[in-house]
Design a protein around this ligand. Structure first.
Ligand SMILES: Nc1ncnc2c1ncn2[C@@H]1O[C@H](COP(=O)(O)OP(=O)(O)OP(=O)(O)O)[C@@H](O)[C@H]1O
Ligand SMILES: [Mg+2]
Length: 396
């Protein structure tokens, strides 16, 4: 009695040791060949007979391909069809009939099939041929089946690991390509970007200069505006040359009504020329945390677009208010030509323009500056009725 209990105890210990070394191997080996080699060793050991021949087939490209074998005879490279029917039950199968290729060496023996199965599928199997018939008890069957699951998980782990590495490599290569492309595009667009940034403030300066009357004393207010516009132009050019795209520089609390008022005054000439009325609905308290020079550029681009869009005696309504989500909001609406539906989605794409002599960079630069401020810009338009641009900025 005592002897049987000791025997059972030793058997349990052996089982635990076999399974734990299988788990250890499955989790630590990152090489399929090594894992398969060890798997075969452990499986044959669990069978309690050294006199066996093994092979490992793994499922790839819709068939089971031979990956490893330990036998003195040639094992088929693709699993023979007659073996596959034993995988149906996903448990260890004992096959009395020895397959043709092993018959010579295992005439008196039998064939065991250990499936390598995961929860949802079989990823392979291990046929084991014995030289003689052996008796397999339930516990051994259970152990072989558990080992099959453990090795299947190990193989899957290695596959997932190399797949993840491959994907990471792809992402890294893609990132490098994107950065390179962006660099090329930025370099290609730099001259046009600089030209655009100078063009709009220069056009405003030209408009102011038109108001100087020859022979009459220079009005200090006009001179002041002219100087301010030229100063802004110089700032923009400096910034573009430094960074090739607008970056945040001097973030400060800016009262939006004041900044808009300054921008409108730079456009006095254009507004007068077309008799455009600017209707202001300014909440004087609303301030945003922005770079005033860059945001001034945004407003200048948008108001110039609005002036271009309206007819003689047109109207531009500019509102400053608190946005719905606590941000500061500026709305610039005109009653001009409006934008056809098909152009709406291309509006912010660099170089999209419908104007003769337009660069199509105004709105793309606006979008870039607003994004750099963590703000948002949206547009709504009805052809023939007008266009509304809404900008949300971080409030101060
Ligand atoms: N308020 C608006 N009303 C109608 N169309 C507009 C308005 N604002 C922009 N657009 C359309 O969007 C296009 C792109 O504007 P964007 O400011 O980017 O370039 P542009 O004005 O054409 O050129 P640039 O800014 O160099 O003068 C314009 O050509 C015009 O078709
Ligand atoms: Mg424009």
């Amino acid at each position: 009695m005592e002897g049987r209990r000791t025997e059972r105890f030793i058997c349990t210990l052996n089982t635990i040791s076999t399974i734990s070394s299988a788990v250890h191997m499955a989790c630590s080996s990152l090489n399929t060949d090594i894992l398969l080699h060890l798997a075969v060793e452990i499986l044959t050991e669990a069978l309690g007979s050294k006199d066996v021949f093994c092979a490992v087939y793994l499922y790839e490209d819709q068939r089971f391909n031979l990956k490893f074998y330990k036998a003195p005879f040639e094992v088929p490279a693709v699993a023979p069809k007659e073996l596959l029917k034993f995988l149906r039950h996903r448990t260890v199968a004992v096959v009395e009939e020895i397959p043709e290729f092993a018959k010579e060496h295992c005439q008196e023996g039998m064939l065991l099939i250990v499936p390598l199965s995961l929860k949802d599928r079989i990823i392979g199997f291990v046929p084991i041929c014995t030289k003689e018939k052996i008796y397999i008890d339930n516990l051994q069957e259970e152990i072989l089946s558990t080992l099959g699951v453990i090795f299947a998980m190990g193989i899957e782990l290695i596959r997932l690991h190399s797949e993840t590495n491959r994907r990471l490599e792809e992402i890294r290569a893609m990132q490098a390509r994107l950065i390179e492309n962006e660099r090329i595009v930025t370099i290609q667009r730099l001259p046009a970007g600089i030209a655009h940034e100078i063009k709009n403030p220069l056009a405003a300066a030209y408009g102011i200069a038109q108001m100087f009357k020859p022979g009459e004393p220079v009005e200090p207010d006009l001179l002041n505006r002219l100087l301010k516009t030229l100063y802004r132009t110089k700032e923009q050019v400096f910034e573009l040359l430094k960074h090739s795209k607008p970056t945040l520089q001097k973030l400060e609390t800016v009262r939006l009504s004041k900044l808009l008022e300054e921008t409108i005054s730079l456009l006095t000439y254009e507004l007068r020329k077309k008799s455009v009325e600017v209707i202001r609905e300014f909440d004087e308290r609303v301030a945003a945390y922005v770079d005033s020079s860059q945001m001034g550029q945004v407003f200048l681009n948008l108001i110039m677009n609005a002036i271009d869009a309206v007819k003689e005696n047109g109207r531009i309504r500019i509102r400053v208010k608190n946005g719905y989500d606590g941000s500061a909001q500026v709305i610039i609406a005109d009653d001009g030509a409006g934008i056809p539906e098909e152009n709406l989605k291309r509006l912010f794409v660099p170089f999209f323009t419908t104007k003769e002599g337009g660069s199509g960079l105004g709105l793309s630069i606006c979008l870039q500056i607003i994004k750099n401020h963590n703000g948002r810009i949206a547009v709504k338009s009805k052809p023939g009725k007008g266009t509304v641009f809404s900008i949300l900025l971080p409030s101060a």
